[in-house]
Ligand binder design. Structure first.
Ligand SMILES: Cc1cc2nc3c(=O)[nH]c(=O)nc-3n(C[C@H](O)[C@H](O)[C@H](O)COP(=O)(O)OP(=O)(O)OC[C@H]3O[C@@H](n4cnc5c(N)ncnc54)[C@H](O)[C@@H]3O)c2cc1C
Length: 572
């Protein structure tokens, strides 16, 4: 039962949101020691990170240090030599490493979140025992090879091809681009077409040392410059039959499952970045004086720091809620994972912008860390699914189940005389939803169960869950299947779903903190109330603009500029 999909149907699945989940005891023990060890190892290297950013390189001795700390075995089960952390524990480690340097997190994250995740999720016992111990120790570093020059967001259009030989082995040919850890990896999870050039996609485990495997030069990037990004080439590479991951033809499913499962690592890293920006901004605002006054006393500076705090708390709340869903075996969490990635990446980018603005001229200077963080975090809305594509995914997945009920509704009307009970059931479901939308009867009453300070916030989510379901019904009735081409409308649906799901995670966390003494719970309630009010304004605007907007005009304007090829006006 996906919480976010249910929001689109007008339902808040309280049981899956409250109480806010706790970190496993076993993870807490490992994390205590791990977080200290990371700080001890990375703190003295801040000058090095700056240099490595300029040099665009991470020295081999440093990567050895990451191995020695056990950072390549974080999520690998103990029986295979890893630390066996949950997703929640893993995301917390990446938050810690990101508070020092994003490239470090990327080296560790690309290995665990996507590089070898396929073996964890889909590997046979033999594949696991062959590779996981080496991946856990870092003797093998992993990378994930999906993107090609012609296949970015449209990952299903890859052209790398594997042809099966008579002995069952495969011969792989193609080139992948922008592969994180491409230049340092010993093992690649590679996606290729099999059968024919237009055949289905299959996932393979490929070792870097095999004949025909090579990689290009280290890409000269805007940010995360020290992290290795290269092309990876496969020229007549022979892959043994036993290195197919999952089954032949199931590669697209494997790729999507890996990306969905890996999103909390990225989210955890984003939260770590936001925490360090907040600490820097708080110090800077108090130290810097202008007009004989610490700038911390100016409302416009305090507004930035408080907004960064709200964003950080919200991102943390949603990332660890999703990590908990994954850890507790929820099967359908892809929509919530996409929401957490979109929200956390954009929250960090907003925070980086504002932190640099607080530091102003100093923020612009390379002596200070703001500019590097601003460059480093820009990638987060681009890779592991661009935020545009993920917004479309969020909206379309939410609408899909409702659309099905429309399909069923039509069939039910046709069917009602043949199968009255079945038909009646479907009609009842639909009628109930409409009744709730119109009158509030049967609407979930989340607000009554919460501490008084949070009830007003809960009412916002109760109301806008119904508004979202009305908007979805309206769009489906108006556009039917062609809703898939209405991207402006889909973005609004996604943004409402993001505000609702993130807001409910914030509410849940604030409610749990309210019951725990000594955790600044009053301030957490202030954050929950503030987020709800801000979300309400955004959601109201999005709802209004579903029917009244200038989408046609904006589309026309974009077409006009593209036809012209440039901006046609001047003041001369
Ligand atoms: C530093 C870095 C590291 C990377 N690491 C890896 C890695 O380890 N492994 C790997 O496989 N890949 C990796 N990638 C690739 C990354 O996942 C892709 O860049 C990403 O999927 C987007 O593809 P693209 O850049 O080709 O953009 P495109 O797909 O060409 O998109 C261009 C623009 O169009 C938008 N767009 C695309 N389709 C639609 C649509 N249907 N509707 C509306 N808008 C749309 C996009 O959001 C974007 O704004 C990495 C990329 C970078 C830059």
């Amino acid at each position: 039962m996906s919480v976010a999909k249910n929001l689109a149907a007008g339902r808040i699945l309280e049981d899956q949101l409250f109480p806010y989940p706790l970190m496993r005891e076993k993870d807490r023990e490992v994390l205590g020691a791990m977080v200290d060890a990371i700080d001890q190892f990375l703190s003295p290297k801040h000058q090095d990170f700056k240099q490595w950013d300029r040099d665009a390189a991470q020295p081999a001795e440093f990567i050895q240090g990451l191995r020695d700390l056990g950072l390549f075995g974080l999520i690998i089960p103990e029986e295979h030599g890893g630390l066996g952390l949950s997703n929640a524990g893993y995301a917390r480690v990446l938050a810690q490493s990101s508070s020092h340097d994003s490239s470090v997190s990327l080296t560790i994250g690309a290995h665990s979140s996507i590089g070898m995740k396929g073996i964890l999720l889909f590997g046979t016992p033999e594949q696991k025992s062959r590779y996981l111990p080496k991946l856990a120790s870092g003797e093998m570093i992993a990378a994930f090879c999906l993107t090609e020059s012609g296949a970015g967001s449209d990952a299903a259009s890859i052209r790398t091809q594997a042809v099966q030989n008579t002995d069952g082995s495969w011969t792989l040919n193609g080139e992948k681009i922008w592969i994180t850890n491409g230049g340092i990896a010993d093992l690649y999870t590679v996606f290729a077409r099999t059968g024919s050039a237009s055949g289905k996609i299959t996932a393979f485990i490929v070792e870097a040392k095999w004949p025909g495997v090579s990689h290009g030069h280290h890409e000269d990037k805007m940010g995360i410059r020290a992290s290795s990004t290269t092309t990876v080439n496969f020229a007549d590479v022979r892959i043994p039959a036993e290195n197919v991951l999952d089954a032949e033809g199931k590669g697209f499913k494997v790729a999507m499952a890996i990306l969905n499962n890996g999103r909390t690592g990225l989210g955890g890293g984003a939260v770590g970045g936001m925490k360090v920006l907040l600490a820097m901004s708080a110090a800077q605002a108090q130290q810097r004086k202008q007009f004989n006054t610490p700038i911390a006393q100016f409302g416009l500076i305090r507004e930035k720091i408080s907004q960064m705090t709200v964003d950080c708390f919200a991102a943390e709340s949603v990332v660890w809620m999703v990590a908990h869903y994954i850890d507790s075996g929820v099967e359908d969490y892809s929509l919530e994972a996409a929401i957490s990635k979109v929200f956390a990446s954009e929250a960090l980018q907003r925070s980086a912008y504002e932190a640099l603005q607080i530091a102003a001229g100093s923020g612009f200077m390379r002596d200070f860390p703001y500019e590097q963080i601003t460059r480093d975090c820009r990638i987060l809305s681009i890779f592991e699914g661009t935020n545009e594509v993920l917004r479309l995914y969020i909206a379309l997945s939410a609408l899909k189940d409702l659309g099905k009920s429309y399909g069923e509704l039509k069939a039910a009307v046709d069917d009602i005389f043949n199968h009255p009970i079945k038909g009646f059931g479907v009609m009842t479901d639909y009628a109930e939803r409409r009744l709730t939308q119109a009158t509030g009867v049967g609407r979930d009453k989340l607000s009554t169960a919460l501490p008084a300070a949070l009830r007003e916030a809960a009412v916002v989510y109760e109301r806008y869950t119904v508004e979202l379901s009305k908007a979805c019904d309206f769009l489906l009735r108006k556009y039917g299947k062609s809703i898939a081409d209405r991207q402006h409308a889909l973005k609004r649906v996604a943004d409402i779903a993001i505000d609702l799901f993130v807001g409910l995670c914030v509410l849940s966390r604030a409610a749990s903190l309210a019951k725990t003494p000594g955790v600044e719970s009053d301030q957490a309630s202030v954050i929950a109330k503030t987020f709800a009010q801000q979300a309400k304004r955004r959601m109201a605007n999005n709802i209004r603009r579903i029917e009244r907007n200038e989408d046609e005009e904006m589309d026309g304007l974009a077409r006009f500029i593209m036809d012209k090829g440039s901006y046609p006006w001047d003041v001369i």
